[in-house]
Design a protein around this ligand. Structure first.
Ligand code: BG6
Ligand code: MG
Length: 218
C-alpha cells in the first residue's frame, strides 16, 4: 500500500502544549476543591474544551449549569493562553521539523487534525503553519474525537483515502477517531496508553519516514 498523506494531531504531537492544557485543568480542579491527576488527564487528551470540562466535573462529582460551564471553559482557556505567551519555535517537539521536511520532499501530503480552537494561534507562534497543506481544527468540526470527523474532513480536503493516510496521535480518543475513520495509526507516547495504534513511538526524534514505512503493517 502506498502512503499518500499524513495527518497530525497538534497538542502533544507537534508541539509541547499537552502539559499546559493539563496544568490549566489542574488549576480549575484545585479551585473547585479536588486533585486532578495525570491519569485523569489522559482521558481528557484529544477532546474538546467543553467535553474536557464535563469529564473533569465528573471526576470531582460536581454539577454545573451550561452557563457556569461556559464560564469555566473561558477561565481555563485564559490560563492556557497565558502559558503560551512566551511560546516560540523551541516548543516544537524534537524531530518534528525534520520529519515534516522529509515528507514534503517525498511529496506526501500533510494536514493538521486538531480538536483545539487555538490551533492556528499555536502554529503561528511556533512558525510552522505553512508546513500544513490543510488545517482542520476545533472550529471546523461539529463532533469531537473519538468521532472520526476531523480526520475524515482532512482526508477529503487532501483528496486522499484514509487507507493511504497515516494519522499521528498522542491521545486514546484521537486514536479511536482515526481507527473509526479507517486510517493507519501511529501513537506518539507509550504502549501502555496507546497500544491500540498500528505502531507506537515516543516521538519523532531519529525517526525517518522510510523507517516508519518499514515497521507499519501496510
Ligand atoms: C486537544 C487537546 O488538542 O485540544 C485537549 O488534546 C484540548 O487537551 C483540546 O482540550 C481543545 O483545545 P482548546 O485549545 O480549544 O481548548
Ligand atoms: Mg494531542
Amino acid at each position: 500500500m502506498k502512503i499518500e498523506a499524513c495527518i497530525f494531531d497538534l497538542d502533544g504531537v507537534i508541539v509541547d502544549t499537552a502539559r499546559y492544557h493539563y496544568k490549566a485543568w489542574q488549576k480549575i480542579a484545585t479551585d473547585l476543591g479536588f486533585d486532578f491527576t495525570e491519569e485523569m488527564n489522559e482521558t481528557l487528551k484529544g477532546i474538546s474544551r467543553y467535553d474536557s470540562l464535563t469529564q473533569l466535573l465528573k471526576f470531582g462529582q460536581i454539577q454545573k449549569s451550561h452557563e457556569e460551564k461556559l464560564e469555566l471553559c473561558k477561565v481555563k482557556n485564559d490560563i492556557y493562553l497565558d502559558s503560551l505567551s512566551e511560546m516560540d519555535e523551541s516548543a516544537i517537539l524534537p524531530g518534528v521539523t525534520k520529519f515534516l521536511t522529509e515528507l514534503d520532499n517525498a511529496n506526501i501530503k500533510i494536514a493538521l487534525g486538531s480538536a483545539s480552537k487555538n490551533a492556528i494561534k499555536v502554529l503561528d507562534l511556533i512558525g510552522i503553519k505553512d508546513s500544513f497543506g490543510v488545517i482542520i481544527d476545533g472550529n471546523g468540526v461539529t463532533k469531537s474525537k473519538p468521532d472520526p470527523e476531523v480526520f475524515l474532513i482532512g482526508a477529503e480536503r487532501l483528496k486522499v483515502s484514509p487507507q493511504k493516510t497515516i494519522v499521528f496521535e498522542d491521545s486514546d480518543k484521537g486514536l479511536d477517531a482515526a481507527i473509526a475513520g479507517g486510517f493507519i495509526t501511529v501513537g506518539i507516547g507509550n504502549d501502555e496508553n496507546l497500544g491500540k495504534a498500528d505502531y507506537v513511538m515516543p516521538g519523532f526524534e531519529n525517526v525517518s519516514f522510510d523507517h516508519l514505512l518499514s515497521v507499519l503493517p501496510l
